[in-house]
Design a protein around this ligand. Sequence first.
Ligand code: GCW
Length: 716
Amino acid sequence: MSYYRKFLWAFCLFVCFQLPVQADPGYKLWLQYAPIEDARERDSYRVFFSQIQVMGHSDTDAVIRKELQLAGSGFFPGDDFSSVGESADPKIWIGKVSLLPNSVASAQADKLASLSEDGYALFALEGRVFVTSNTEIGLLYGTFGLLKAIQTRQPLTSLEVLENPKIQTRMLNHWDNLNRTVERGYAGFSIWNWHRLPKHIDQQYIDYARANASIGINATSITNVNANALVLTPVYLEKAAALADAFRPYGIKVFLTARFNAPMQLDGLETADPLDPAVREWWKKKADEIYRYIPDFGGFLVKADSEGQPGPHNYGRTQADGANALAEALEPHGGLVMWRAFVYSENTPTDRTKQAFDEFKPLDGKFNDNVIVQVKNGPLDFQPREPFHPLFGAMPETPLMMEFQITKEYLGQDTHWVNLASMWEEVLQADTYAKGAGSTVSNVLDGSLHGYRHTAIAGVANIGTDRNWTGHPMAQGDWYSFGRLAWNPDADIREIAEDWLKMTFTNDPSFVDPVVDVMMKSHEILVDYMTPLGLHHIMARSHHWGPGPWVTGGRRDDWTATYYHRASEDGIGFDRTESGSNALEQYAPEVRNQWRNPDNISLDYLLWFHRVAWDKKLSTGNTLWEEMALRYQRGVEGARWMEQTWLALDGRIDEAMFEHMRSFLAIQVSEAEWWRDACLLYFQQFSQQPLPAGVEAAAHDLEYYQGFRRFFVPGI
Ligand code: GCW
């Protein structure tokens, strides 16, 4: 080799080692544990972090030690954390309440007495920090609480935290198929690599468990509700068991989706009739078998009699008959049935939004003790804005759980930035008036309103094989917020957003403040450019991406847009008052009275419940047509403002992340314009009025938007 070549080689090697390893901050989610840059802050935390004692030696304690090691090496690069947790003279003490030194226990008696299962306390006393709980999992949650305090730069010497989860089962629902496609998934394929399971436990499963435990999620249903019965066979149970084993130290239980006719599909029974003794026996044997693989199996999540899924209707039985057959099988093992209320049929002539209530309300009290009915946030289907589901507050004898959709099927899928917590908060804080004013949906869910024996909440996961898990970097925040709201449905969503931003990106207020502001306004902005004034279900057919107010005809009327908006020259909107479908009667009188009058109802829900003439004057002083056009325009301007706000943050965070967001925001702005233009051109055919001043005209004609085709949209 010539001298010159040798030199070139040496130079290349030198350069390679100098370059930072290709950063992939997205993978680490909110558990970045970035170095603490400010020297004074670093020193003050290091004093504590260098002397930690973890009292226990269970698998969960091992997980705690490992997390501390990871966090320590991140916060204080270069320090040695190989024996973290072994300090004999601790500055941070992590252990169960029963092991607390007497003097500490008596000084904190009140706090400790109010710790419920898996709750934790963090407090500083005489120069030490204590992390304590009654359970091992509570200690893990407490450890994550401590790390969050450091990540968000809380001074440890004044820590005073008492956290009890308000909802017992806080779960993710994966709509993941066994072939690894994900229904309504926009972040790649399923992270469950069934082919390599059970022998290979990917690090990603562990990181998934860490992330979930850090926000208190304690259950996961790993397969699609449009279920494949194969998951209940030994080949797959062995694989599911391997996942359950990996998740156990993190306090996460595995649930599976059960296909209602599995007895027929798997073992050739002639029927799946839930009242047939052979069918009941089949489910019992199946449950026994599952518990041999997964001793702490959580239970079944079931979609029945909906969108082609088999169910008790096939045998003239009720939803309670169906749920109870499975519940009876799980009961001896302590398992739960989560039975979805998303039941509707094109053959039922009533308004689709009424059908779940009509079917389930009369069954209140008829479900076995280990059944929870899982209800979507609104009566239709995860639209950008829906009123709360009328079943909340109407089933005092049957535990109801919430189903939110974290994946953004109807909210821009993977490229729009919208903080879903704002939408969820609106529903959680809605007043059902079930027991007078203040009977919020959150109080239904946490069991305080009706004294439910089980409480639960689920979010349809937005997780996939994308390097950053969720496709959109900001969609990680939806996963995070879901966990925090599942733990406490009354938590402050601004605080949640701030914590998440600080943990994920930076504590720099010149980044955090404007971004929180965008997050808090983003939902309203999206609603404005997609479905203002209570419009709903006006998206494209089947893949649901982009506008499709013209969608009509086909196999099912209740899957079209015209069924819902009913636009004509006289006006627009679905009359759900007494003169129409009377869906309003499903709400408590106080709610009904607020909403029945088109002049009193919030404009946000106007066209959900009312049919309104185009030239009706609204409270804003605009006609309906003007208001609609102005809101679409306002939405577009909002999206542009989000983009501008982001562009001004250049240089404040990781460059690749900044660029990722920049390009997504450009997509969001152009899609907001697409929604506005397509919808206004379509509705203008009926309103027959010009666009009001300030609303930009579309670049193309309606035909162009209607002819717009896209192939292979993900998620179906
Ligand atoms: O929103 C609809 C989706 C379906 C989904 C269904 C459900 C899993 O378009 O993809 O199926 O809801 O919630 O069951």
